[in-house]
Design a protein around this ligand. Sequence first.
Ligand code: TPP
Ligand code: MG
Length: 406
Amino acid sequence: MTGPRCDDVLQSTTSPFPNLQVGDQQAMFGCFRVLRPDGSVIAADSNLENGTGVSDADTMAMLRSMVRVRAIDERMLGLQRQGRIGFYGAATGQEAGTIAAGHALQARDWVHPALREGGIALHRGYPLRTYLAQIFGNAEDTSTRGRQMPCHYGSKEFNFVTLSSVMATQLPQAVGTAYAMGLLHEAPDRPLCLGAIGDGATSEGDFHVACTFAGVMRPKGVGLPLVLYVQNNQWAISTPVEKQTAATTLASKAHGYGLVGARVDGNDALAVLRVVRAAADHARSGGIPVLVEAVTYRVGAHSTSDDPSRYRDEGITKQWAQLDPLERLAAYAVHRGLLAPTGLDLLRSEFDEEVRSTLALAEQVPPVPLQSMIEDVYAVVPAALQAQLDSSQRAVGHPSPASAAH
Ligand SMILES: Cc1ncc(C[n+]2csc(CCOP(=O)(O)OP(=O)(O)O)c2C)c(N)n1
Ligand SMILES: [Mg+2]
């Protein structure tokens, strides 16, 4: 594979809406797109709502969350540079790929995210304060109680399963969740599971395991309620996608597993929403699961531990940055009269302020109590662990409740 070229994307060629059938060439090798980079509609379809198949309410809901995620990411990157948080993986330039995929789902659907999909939890209502608590690992970190790296959010309430840092492990887990939903509920109206990964993770063995099971496991005689979702941002840290695979596209890998493949412009929120929604409807109703490839670009660093200028041509990055998904959707919203020409700036200010004020509160929350080091694993805490806790407590000058009682 060679990475999709930016000038191809800039030409705004489009392909028809993907036909969700196994082996459909156009779906696997084309790239469905609704909007040009300037926000104009490529080919309005009079049979569809607004000519695009996306309601104005959906457009604005996605735009708000995309701007919010950008504001959060920018602030978190700044905090990491100041040494106030240890790590962060931003979704900059991938906000459409994240938010529109999340928006395509129902609240009852499950999400097994990769590193860039935390915005789906926020979009579902996961509070920003809890999101920040997980990043700080403070006493309000109800996701992981300070025991995980930042960006490993999880919430039972929002059916958002905590990521394992080990790449691609979430995909067999997502298949298992979908299998459970298939056993528990009847098609055509079942909760489904979206399992998300990056392009690099498609080289992992777990991708093969997940796709194999996704094809062959058929509870109640129909396909799994599953959407496999790959954000192809063309880099896995310093490894470009052409070193991951010789396949022409990642969506085309679906064919070998008997799955449906569909490729979409990941910087076009309307296109992502429509394709993931169609894949979700298909899976919900018993169809063969769809592997969606959203083509995008990692315009920032992999994480705060990375410097991409050391291994790639940042001139190409600048070209991709011109295809900014926020600007594109905002321009469309302006064309439709949903947003004033200055509306994007107003949204930015609104969310900058939300992040600033929530952060001020989050930074006052104390760390997770040391006591939590020995909780949640053993019914009766082994003496060696208790001794470690006691010595840690003494080191910070706070006797633990257990030793204080002695
Ligand atoms: C099994 C495994 N190998 C290596 C790593 C280190 N690692 C973390 S993220 C990453 C690259 C992920 O790339 P991709 O799947 O394309 O996702 P992206 O970060 O681009 O969104 C690597 C190699 C890991 N976490 N797990
Ligand atoms: Mg990648």
